[in-house]
Ligand binder design. Structure first.
Ligand code: SF4
Length: 458
């Protein structure tokens, strides 16, 4: 497909990707005059024209609305061509709730926009429920800050995982130096911490660290957490839980941990490359319960070979444990030659049924949705949703998804964000992904962070 405006190329491809084929769209032309966007497409030998009016105050707004209406026009053509509506309609962004907040801040009704973009009524309800659940947590204020600590090591690599995290059997040789450099960076970051709202040690699987390394890390973080803010450790897979490690977390003031099974079906766990069983999950959960942490459990809908019934059983088993948070992810398909094939196979039916089922079961069990995000190549064009018992929503997840607070991220492959709320602008800095580069450039990494957060010259 060709378009007369290069900045629309990727946006239009995002819409094409929602559908099982390319829709035979050949050409796109957008013209703008007096607040009206005219989109003309030729597809399958026919010409389609659409007009939408929304005056733009500046270049940024012009581009935002041009993208919106071009995507909507293409979506309408493909919806008709394939006879399929998408659950999020023509919205392809990863943060629908952020869009709702932006509309609200502009004095417009976000639901009107969502309906125009053909978002399903069920997803409009989900979005509205999330905005309500975030009341009292959502706060756009310069200087608000969350601290993320990257521990990119895992006991083995799960087949579906697209994170830069490595099997510790191959990366153990880097561990001592990684911990040393990470703790050095943490100490150097202390003056950059603003109004700290949460600390999140993620990965990877942080509890894959031995007790000495864990103690070193928690000790390095202690001076930065001057207040009693939320403190999460994405403990991770149950095969790395020990009483000793949990005691350490408790002693250093950790308030929330993640026990992440992804599935409670042994057959699925084996297929996805996990080295533990459902029984290990129950054992880890029981062990953690004694320490009084808030607990999150992650599940994934659409895991390779998993049936609807297996997913439903996992979900019911997780609900029976009654953790404070349950996060239901939808499998994210990796880009590649087989993408469309996998997309077609997974789309709609099985994954959609799983996600719909999870919404019903979790609502009935007293959970409310409190944050949500979407990814490219997500099975069934669905989303990831965090569910919480009332009053137990995770501040870190809300801040990160709504991009309302700075994210001071330390470690390899950690992306820091400086949020300029007044200017509606976010600056980012991503540290090196590769361990050796991170070690060699640690001084430079620290200088770049100082520049980002304290305005110093790098
Ligand atoms: S445990 Fe999590 S981070 Fe590690 S490989 Fe599996 S999915 Fe990826």
């Amino acid at each position: 497909m060709t378009t007369n405006l290069p900045f629309l190329e990727n946006e239009l491809m995002d819409v094409v990707r929602l559908f099982p084929g390319d829709g035979a769209v050949a050409e796109h032309v957008l013209s703008y005059a007096d607040g009206t966007y005219k989109n003309t497409f030729t597809a399958g030998g026919k010409t389609y024209e659409f007009e939408d009016t929304m005056p733009a105050k500046n270049e940024l707004e012009y581009k935002r609305y041009a993208k919106r209406y071009a995507k909507l026009a293409l979506y309408k053509i493909l919806k008709e061509r394939y006879g399929m509506a998408m659950p999020w309609g023509a919205l392809t962004g990863i943060r629908p709730t952020k869009l709702a907040y932006t509309e609200r801040a502009a004095g417009r009704d976000w639901q009107t926009l969502f309906r125009k973009m053909d978002v399903s009524e069920e997803n409009i309800r989900l979005t509205g429920d999330i905005l309500r659940a975030q009341e009292g947590i959502y706060e756009r204020r310069d200087g608000n800050c969350d601290l993320f600590v990257s521990v990119p090591f895992c006991p083995s690599k799960c087949v579906y995982c697209s994170f830069i995290t490595a099997d510790i059997r191959y990366t153990r040789k880097y561990l001592d130096e990684y911990m040393e450099k990470l703790c050095f960076e943490i100490a150097a970051s202390a003056p950059l911490v603003g109004n700290l709202r949460s600390v999140y040690i993620g990965g990877g699987t942080p509890l894959v660290l031995g007790t000495e390394h864990l103690k070193m890390l928690l000790g390095a973080l202690a001076p930065l957490r001057a207040n009693d803010c939320e403190y999460t450790v994405e403990a991770g897979r149950p095969d790395v839980f020990t009483e000793e490690k949990l005691e350490l977390l408790k002693a250093y003031g950790v308030t929330r941990i993640c026990v992440n099974p992804q599935s409670l079906s042994d057959a699925t766990l084996e297929r996805i490359g996990r080295k533990h069983t459902a029984k290990d999950v129950y054992r880890a959960y029981e062990m953690a319960a004694k320490y009084g942490f808030d607990v999150n459990m992650d599940l994934i809908a659409g895991l390779t070979g998993e049936s609807f019934e297996e997913f439903a059983e996992s979900l019911r088993a997780a609900v029976a444990l009654a953790p404070d948070n349950i996060t239901v992810h939808t499998l994210c398909l990796k880009a590649g030659a087989k993408l469309k094939e996998e997309h077609a196979r997974l789309d709609g039916d099985a994954v959609g049924r799983m996600v719909d089922y999870s919404r019903g079961i979790l609502r009935a069990a007293g959970y409310e949705p409190y944050y949500m995000y979407r990814q490219k190549y997500q099975a069934g064009n669905r989303e990831n949703t965090g569910w919480t018992k009332p009053g137990k929503a995770c501040v870190y997840n809300v801040d990160i998804m709504e991009e309302t607070a700075d994210n001071l991220a330390v470690g390899a492959n950690a992306v820091s964000k400086k949020v300029h709320t007044g200017e509606n602008r976010i600056e980012r800095y991503g540290s090196p992904k590769d361990f050796q580069t991170y070690f060699n450039k640690i001084e430079d990494v620290i200088a770049k962070k100082r520049k980002l957060f304290a305005g110093e010259r790098a």
